[in-house]
Design a protein around this ligand. Structure first.
Ligand SMILES: [Zn+2]
Length: 123
């Protein structure tokens, strides 16, 4: 583990920039997000999930605004816990440097599928 090297491997940086420069308009923010996370992974390695402590490849700070109004913040979450948070959250944001990227669950038409019963309880 040599974390003293700070210079970016050229091919990784190239990949990142290519992802940013999507042809035909707006870069896909999630792509940017994950390519950034991938970059961090390649540079610094992964982390551990704040909830279940399993190994996490993409270390991104997560802020979850739950349906009940509470807010939870995590240093990073594994895919499974992130999906779990998505299930009970009105809004999920991931922080990349100074950027906050909306990672909310797929939007449903309000009222299209009323979800009255709480399907949480993953404790
Ligand atoms: Zn987890």
């Amino acid at each position: 583990m040599d974390s003293s090297k700070k210079s970016l491997p050229y091919n990784v940086l190239q990949e990142y920039l290519e992802t940013l420069a999507e042809p035909g308009g707006q870069p896909d923010r999630r792509k940017v997000l994950f390519s950034y996370a991938e970059l961090q992974y390649k540079l610094h390695g992964g982390g551990r999930c704040s909830m279940c402590r399993s190994a996490v490849r993409y270390v991104l700070p997560v802020r979850a605004e739950h349906n009940d109004g509470t807010i939870a913040e995590y240093v990073c979450l594994c895919t499974r816990c992130l999906e779990g948070e998505k299930a009970v959250s009105a809004r999920i944001t991931l922080t990349i440097g100074n950027n906050v990227v909306d990672y909310s669950p797929r939007r449903r038409d309000p009222g299209a599928a009323p979800n009255k019963s709480k399907a949480g309880g993953a404790r």
